[in-house]
Design a protein around this ligand. Sequence first.
Ligand code: SAM
Length: 287
Amino acid sequence: THFGFETVEESKKASRVGAVFSSVAKNYDTMNDLMSFYIHRLWKDRFVRSINPGIRQALSSSSSAHTNSPGSPTAPEAQRILDIAGGTGDIAVRLLDHATLINNDQHTNVIISDINPEMLAEGRKRMAQTAYANTGRISYLEANAEDLSAIESSSIDLYTVAFGIRNFTSIPNTLREAYRVLKPGGVFACLEFSKVGNPLLNTVYKRWSFGAIPLIGQLVAGDRDSYQYLVESIERFPGQREFEGLIKGAGFMVPRETGNDMDNEEEGRGWENLTGGVACIHKGVKP
Ligand code: SAM
């Protein structure tokens, strides 16, 4: 604001977030499994499937089999993907697996970007053990999502952010940068905790998150405060409708979600709830 109040609050938030993720980096994957009963893996799988990354490549025909190895792509088309708050590479590896195994696309590549060098270091260690290790399909960028000046405008096909955006200081600034770096027709895709509609499920969920998660943080990672912070940041993040409004406000077109796995209430909205809204997928297309 004019009085500088928000600036102080913002810098406090940024340094708090930095300390939280430096502290949780080593235990991050184990803690995610424990806190979500492994469900975060299903959410991430669903997120990536719903985006369908990679460009579908035809399998080589029998006539060209002598020149191409079986299954090799006939056209070297590729997507340039930017995975923001890419942390430990959890999303990046799924994006590349999907592009490679489902779309037979061996060229699509991912820039894993995170503000925190310790989270990126965990990602590097992890990616070194995957099939993508020396393929040139992964690169790393230490950057604040609100200032992606290292990335040129209109150069990215797909921007993903999973369980990251609620930690950023300004959602509008983040969305503005996402819009800038995406090519026209490029897709913004976000997986984030959201609001649970069903009152009974909400009660159970709130008990679990405010009661058990800080306790597990204390017992497993020796760090109650960071996990308390993470739970509170979920509470403060805007609900589905409000977040959709912010995405539209940044200039994106929001496609209507339809599908058999949705109840009537959800059909035709611009988001897809997972586990009753505990998590949610939002997408926007740059016109
Ligand atoms: N996307 C991964 C996943 O789904 O497992 C990691 C999510 S982790 C909960 C959140 C990540 O956001 C952390 O790695 C943290 O360092 C990063 N982060 C926090 N503030 C950021 C910012 N302003 N810009 C970029 N990354 C940020």
